[in-house]
Design a protein around this ligand. Sequence first.
Ligand code: 5AD
Ligand code: SF4
Length: 503
Amino acid sequence: MAKKVYIETVGCQMNVLDSELVIGALRRDGYEIAAEAADADLVLFNTCSVREHAEEKVYSALGRVIPLKRKRPETIVGVLGCMAQKDQELIRKRAPHVDLVIGTGQLARVSELAARARETRQPQYALSLGRAEAGRHEVEASFVSFDPIRDASMRPTPFQAFVRVQIGCDKFCTYCVVPSTRGPEQSRPPEHILAEVRQLVQQGCKEVTLIGQTVNSYEFERGDGRRTRLSDLLSQMHDVAGLERIKFVTNFPKDMTDDLLDAVRDLPKVMKYLHVPAQSGCDDVLKRMKRLYSVAEYREMLDRCRQRVPGVAISSDFIVGFCGESEASFAKTIDLVRDAKFKNSFIFKYSERPGTKASEKFTDDIPDEVKKRRNNDLLAVQNANSMADHRAQIGKTVEVLVEGPSKRALASGNSNGIVQFTGRAMTDHIVVFDGAERLAGRTVEVHIDDASAFTLYGRVVTTGFANEPVAVRLGDADEAPAYPAPLDHAPPREEKRIGLPLA
Ligand code: 5AD
Ligand code: SF4
């Protein structure tokens, strides 16, 4: 009988992609997917170390598989990804029932090591070198970019895919574990990336999201000195027939060059959206974070983005309660968020990470209640701006790539052929509207009637395909594939709607 694998994933888009690739490779080796850990021969946790909370979630999940392991000791339990790379000893201590510990740079070996653990009944470890353990080339070589053949059935939707353009990070922000868990920054050769994108398009993919920790510092240099920058890669990718949308995340503020902004403006398939984390609005804090820019430089960069790419939507990340962040420092972050008019911001309470420069040099001196309060205060300022930004979209007609039924539609199980859909505009705004189920994967024009701080609400104007009637066909429900709602795309539960009521 075929072996079964079960996987749980925490963390960023890199991890989502890694899990897709690990499962794709295991399926090629004959594994089937189990819906629950209890039914699986191989139980995997793909982990994140960015904040302590993410790690604690994994340790609780590992605790929950102990009874399963007692009942069926032949079940192989594996910890993959960032925690594995960072904390192999600790995992051994806190969860001695774990059979596999496999770092971010060794994921190609999951199948082989699971088989070996099964045979030998001995735990198996596969880790890359630490940043200080050897010379740069050796450390680089120990982090293998794992990008095998893509398998469309492994993605939340077949028409959207992540594509890795870069692994690792060389910025060493003092609070961050990523340079150790994902190793040195290395850009993939453009021909590999383009071949992967062509293959994805052949499988029906319409939108690719290029991912890298500092994606805009992507640069591939050949032996003869010729360089490919992200802007060059975008324009080469733009020529791939059948590809409709290209997006890229996450940008580092200092590397936001004019050639890249011009490419975003001039290439119609590139989404008019930039995620550029600021982290703080106070120079002293930025210096302690080693972010390499001042607030004035960040503001100048925002102005340049908006001047060069009219209508561009910009989002950001912030950390509140970083070491030594006074009320006066925090007030400067409030000022930046108020002025910057981000489409949205992701706000995190500082979480001290052992092994980082910040944990060595500074004291985590802001009490948790203060971090919570600052988080809420910053969110309130951002939400007011998001509301204004969304409200400004009312009355516009936007092009939406339909992702699938909204969470609400999936929960209600409605099957009269009319479903509430969710998708994204070219500016990355989430758009919700009613339509027929056959619309998933299509690009449609939606007139925006209403808005909340998180979501735009509208109605379909055209399907975007000449001569195709817009009318909802009853009875389509059975033909349509039921895609799960994309990971972070469902509108938040509590929202205040503003503007016109939906028709
Ligand atoms: N504590 C809190 N937030 C963090 N981030 C990275 N490291 C930490 C940390 N130690 C946040 C940053 C980054 C996002 C992905 O996670 O804002 O942009
Ligand atoms: Fe971490 Fe800074 Fe690299 Fe982003 S740029 S992954 S925050 S070290």
